[in-house]
Write a protein that binds this ligand. Structure first.
Ligand code: DGJ
Length: 730
């Protein structure tokens, strides 16, 4: 068992192969956090050093004679509220008597084998690994609130998951105002915060800042996990690098409004509270009911690379599901940047013929294929093929593409509606709009109120009908605006604070129904590029369109940031036209392919306009990608340089788990005037093995890792190179 209870000291110990998490039920019944970090054995770390007079921090009534004991200073597993821990709280509620306080004490605990599930929400699953669950129950008998804290311990993966269930154990309604998934107190240490911020077309930019005293917040109130802040943070020691220095990873498996609060307090302790955002949140907890919080995926490791490898492994094996999770993905061509809204049969078939000739597996018809969809003003909601554009119907088009020997995929945006649509004319109250107020418009569209059962059913039937009637093998599920005016016309006014979260409960249920009824369809997530790139969505969609910015040089920093938490197989990336449509930058097709291959690979450009030379290159790229796919998706990813700072090239490396194959990729972002030699020290190779390096020379792994590999910088417009490194023997 990876979970133990030590009776004498009332400690609970969770152990993975190399990490350990400890907590303790103290004499008053508070559940104190003791430690999370590298394995240390079962020492009793009960923090006597925390027990000193903390000045202006008060003491629980039972400890009124002991000024040293303060909830404001002790590390907690989940906080009480309103009773003297003045740091960021993990929960807030108002009780029927109007009181807004609760003090949670230990009631019981249970250790089970296997991984808990969270009703209605995606969670990390047990995949035949050694996984145990700890449930600790806390209760406040005045507020009648019971909290069950769930811990999943994935021993070999070095992953610990957390979630909380908050129940009303009384006879009166409780109004939840904040319900976080976890509180993690780090009593010691100075930390840097790494987070991934951005905007549309520039998602997940790496940023690292030291924590200041006070509260730093990473959050989204946009009704989506957002382009602006990814629900994933790393706290690392100030000296942490890719290879060394202690790092904690904290990832929220949720796609809606969320909040991560990181507080460095008066005693230099750090507290992290994360979960569903409490902004505009209010949940009616009637007697006997529970609220389940989304999952947190935790790990800690020496060095950022090791931390990323753990996330890549758990997301690939225990988050993503279905036949595509480990299997080969089709190389696809998406029609968007080739024709935009002009999705006409003749042109599509011409592109498809070219695509087939180049070796592409699947053709995706993007936005514009349905009635009245000639621009972004109309059509969303009415998912009927436009017969003017597709004279042989969708069926006819798919038949012709299938006859060519290619599979077919379709773009949809099921959560949205245009005012100019039959659906909106019939059901204006199905959109999220507040009474007596003109709603915010974004891309001329409104968001359907998925918290309503009729809307859920409408979308389900529309999608199920499309997937049953047509031979569709891939769906790109888009989502092109944030949620605003969040008001449901079918929800009583006191419960409007539930709508944003109910939206996601309904979306997850919808995805669950569709992915289990159509298990052969590959679903790709998308939200105006990578606006909903999170572990919640990855439970249903094995890959997500990473960004609407397809410029390979811009993609370097987008994919670099994304790689800290998410595996390459989840990062959808395409070779597009040059000059690039978003930035105007000119890049060689080899550079575009080098970057796009570091993901779920595809193309998105007008193939009719290719030169013979490009055509030959693309043919070779596809053959190469297919040969490399297993290495690219199953290999260990090493960031050898960052696309930030003064580096003039970006270098990364992928090494097979057996260390017999390695792909080194280099993109020059700032070509030097003379061909200055560049030098990189490779990582992850077998030190004793002899490798063939790009067919040019042989060298031992130890030499490539310590002495390094030297190459002459290429000059020109953003050149790239890939070096194949193959083990010859030991
Ligand atoms: C946004 C997506 O990210 C694009 O790839 C494209 O599908 C457009 N929407 C279509 O409207």
């Amino acid at each position: 068992m990876s979970i133990r209870y030590i009776e004498d000291t009332r400690q609970l110990l969770l152990e993975t192969d190399s990490t350990c998490y400890q907590m303790k039920i103290d004499n008053l019944g508070y559940l104190q956090h003791l430690y999370y970090g590298l394995k240390i054995g079962e020492n009793d770390l009960n923090y006597p050093y925390r027990l000193y007079d903390h000045g202006f921090s008060g003491n629980p009534y039972d400890m009124r004679d002991n000024r040293a004991y303060s909830l404001d200073a002790l590390p907690q597993e989940y906080t009480s509220f309103g009773v003297g821990d003045f740091r960021v709280s993990s929960i807030a509620a108002s009780c029927s008597d109007g009181s807004r306080c609760a003090e949670f004490r230990y009631e019981s605990h249970e250790i089970r084998s296997g991984k808990y599930a969270i009703p209605g929400l995606p969670s990390v699953y047990d995949n035949g690994d050694t996984v145990d669950t700890l449930v600790v129950t806390l209760i406040d008998t005045a507020a009648n609130i019971r909290i069950r804290l769930y811990y999943g311990v994935f021993e070999e993966l070095d992953i610990i998951t957390r979630s909380a269930e908050i129940s009303n154990a009384g006879q009166e309604t409780v109004w939840l105002r904040k319900a976080s998934s976890m509180c993690l107190d780090l009593p010691f240490g100075g930390w840097d915060l790494i987070h991934f911020h951005g905007r549309h077309c520039m998602e997940r930019q790496f940023e690292r800042t030291p924590l200041f005293h006070g509260i730093q917040t990473v959050s989204s109130g946009r009704g989506m996990s957002s382009h602006q802040h990814n629900p994933f943070v790393i706290l690392c020691s100030h000296d942490a690098t890719e290879d060394d220095g202690f790092c904690y990873g904290m990832m929220l498996m949720y796609s809606g409004n969320y909040k991560i609060e990181i507080e460095r307090d008066q005693f230099d302790s750090t507290r992290v509270v994360m979960g569903v955002s409490d902004d505009r949140f209010r949940w009616e907890l009637s007697p006997g009911t529970s609220f389940h919080t989304p999952e947190i995926i935790l790990t800690c490791a020496d060095g950022l690379t090791r931390l990323s490898h753990r996330y890549h492994r758990v997301i690939r094996n225990n988050v993503i599901r279905g036949q595509y999770k480990l299997g080969s993905r089709p190389v696809l061509i998406n029609s968007w940047e080739a024709v935009y809204f002009e999705q006409r049969q003749d042109k599509i078939l011409s592109l498809a013929r070219q695509a087939k000739d180049l070796g592409i597996d699947l053709f995706v018809v993007d936005d514009g294929w349905f009635k009245n969809r000639n621009d972004d003003n109309a059509g969303l909601g009415d998912w009927v093929p436009d017969e003017r554009k597709l004279p042989d119907g969708l069926d006819g088009l798919i038949g012709k593409i299938n006859e060519m020997g290619m599979r077919f995929g379709l773009w949809v945006e099921p959560e949205m509606v245009n005012e100019d649509s039959e659906l909106y004319r019939m059901h204006p109250d199905w959109a999220l709009t507040a009474p007596n107020r003109a709603p915010m418009m974004a891309r001329n569209q409104l968001v359907l109120d998925l918290s309503r059962d009729e809307v859920h059913e409408y979308i389900y039937h529309t999608m199920a009908e499309l997937l049953t009637r047509y031979h569709i093998e891939y769906i790109k599920w888009d989502f092109n605006r944030p949620l605003s005016d969040v008001y449901s016309h079918s929800t009583p006014s006191p419960r409007q604070g539930e709508v944003a979260h109910r939206y996601y409960l309904s979306l997850y249920r919808l995805y669950e129904r569709l992915t289990s009824e159509f298990p052969d369809v590959l679903f790709e997530g998308c939200a105006g590029g990578g606006g909903r790139f999170d572990a919640g969505m990855l439970h249903y969609t094995p890959q997500i369109w990473c960004s609407d910015n397809t410029d390979p040089i811009a993609r370097l920093s987008i994919q670099y940031g994304t790689s800290f938490g998410y595996p390459l197989s989840s990062i959808s990336a395409h070779v597009s036209a040059s000059p690039n449509h978003q930035t105007g930058r000119v890049t060689p097709i080899s550079t575009r392919a080098t970057v796009a291959m570091t993901g779920a690979f595809g193309y998105e450009l007008d193939l009719d306009k290719l030169s013979e030379e490009d055509r030959a290159d693309i043919r070779a790229q596809i053959v190469r990608y297919k040969e490399l796919e297993t290495l690219l998706h199953e290999g260990l990813y090493y960031r050898l340089s960052a696309p930030t700072g003064d580096s003039d090239c970006v270098v990364w490396q992928i090494v097979s788990p057996e260390r017999d194959r390695c792909l080194l990729s280099i993109v020059v972002t700032d070509p030097p005037a003379n061909s200055v030699p560049m030098h990189v020290q490779l990582k992850g190779l077998d030190p004793d093995a002899l490798y063939d390096v790009g067919g040019e020379f042989t060298c031992y792994g130890r030499a490539l890792m310590h002495a390094g590999y030297t190459f002459l910088q290429l000059t020109g417009d953003y050149p790239a190179m890939q070096v194949d490194i193959k083990k010859l023997g030991t």
